[in-house]
Design a binder for this molecule. Structure first.
Ligand code: NAP
Length: 287
């Protein structure tokens, strides 16, 4: 099977590369090879490679900058995904497309189901929702959308690595305590995606996958400090103070609550997500 993975320099694609099962082969595509800001280049690449499975991890992921560049975000996250789905529908190709908890407004107080009404709060979420809708419209029988959240890994920049740096530099930190979500170790999500492929569990529709548990960024930061200290990555502890969202204003609003209900994909795979703290320990051990 020819598998084509978009977004090769990103956290999730690198984790897919790290965990590629021995029996599979995949082509990892970077921006220089195919710029998703040019949807025609997506079509040209797909026509030349003729993949049987597309895994799209590429995205315009700068949540705040998207407020200034909404058209670019829509092109990368919406129009280029539409091109992938149109190709999938024409060629008996399957598309696994990664989306986000930011398609929700955060007004719920219990985990979001895949079929819950969407309501993005910012341009990034709008553009990702546009990609979901375009894919489901163009290739409803060939598209599997997996929404995830709060992704971190040993690769690239992310909250865990930023916290480790700041915890080594600063005497104390303030971290937002009124946004609740589920941290997700990209390596765990990558293994789940490969499980879908290897076990031939592809089933069209919208799914959710994150690590298990809902916590605030503040709780996450406190856990990072404790686990990093235990593993010898930090010498000393510093106070981590809870702060409200208003004390850390950002150009884009974020959902106050975005825990995703993962049962649909867990049932499809017969496999539950790992607890967020266990995966944090694993990731720190691999750093
Ligand atoms: N990170 C999170 O917290 C989070 C949360 C929820 C959902 N997600 C979703 O999960 C998926 C994977 O996220 P991630 O954390 O792995 O993202 P990431 O580390 O930010 O990587 C994004 C990838 O997309 C590529 N890309 C961006 N613009 C492009 C363009 N115009 N043409 C071609 N490639 C382009 C980047 O290439 P360059 O290196 O060249 O920029 C990079 O390889 C995305 O769909 C994202 O929306 C992420």
């Amino acid at each position: 099977m020819t598998i084509l993975v978009f977004g090769s320099t990103g956290q999730l694609a690198k984790s897919l590369h790290d965990t590629l099962p021995a029996e599979l082969d995949a082509i990892f595509v970077d921006r220089a090879t195919c710029d998703l800001a040019e949807p025609s280049s997506v079509r040209a690449l797909l026509e030349s490679k003729q993949p049987e499975l597309i895994i799209n991890t590429a995205a315009y992921t700068q949540v705040d900058k998207a407020e200034e560049e909404p058209e670019l975000a829509r092109t990368v996250n919406g129009q280029s995904v539409s091109v992938m789905a149109a190709f999938a529908s024409e060629h008996s190709t399957r598309l696994i497309h990664i989306s986000t908890d930011f398609v929700f407004d955060g007004a719920k107080s219990e985990p979001y189901l895949p079929g819950d009404p969407t309501g993005p709060l910012g341009e990034y979420g709008e553009s990702k929702l546009a990609g979901e809708l375009a894919a489901l419209n163009a290739a409803p029988e060939a598209t599997m959308i997996i929404r995830t959240a709060w992704v971190y890994s040993e690769h690239g920049g992310n909250f865990v690595k930023t916290m480790l740096r700041l915890m080594a530099e600063r005497d104390e930190l303030g971290v937002v305590s009124d946004q609740i979500g589920s941290p997700t170790y990209a390596r765990g999500l990558a293994k789940t995606i490969w499980r879908i492929v290897v076990e031939d569990r592809f089933s069209p529709g919208i799914y959710h996958w994150t690590d298990h548990g809902g916590i605030s960024w503040h709780e996450f930061a406190v856990a990072i400090l404790q686990e990093a200290k235990d593993q010898g990555l930090l010498d000393s502890t510093i106070p981590i103070n809870p702060i409200p969202t208003e004390a850390y204003p950002t150009p884009a609003s974020r959902p106050a609550y975005s825990v995703l209900d993962t049962a649909k994909l867990a049932n499809l795979l017969g496999h539950e997500p790992t607890n967020w703290r266990d995966n944090l320990k694993l990731m720190l051990g691999r750093l």
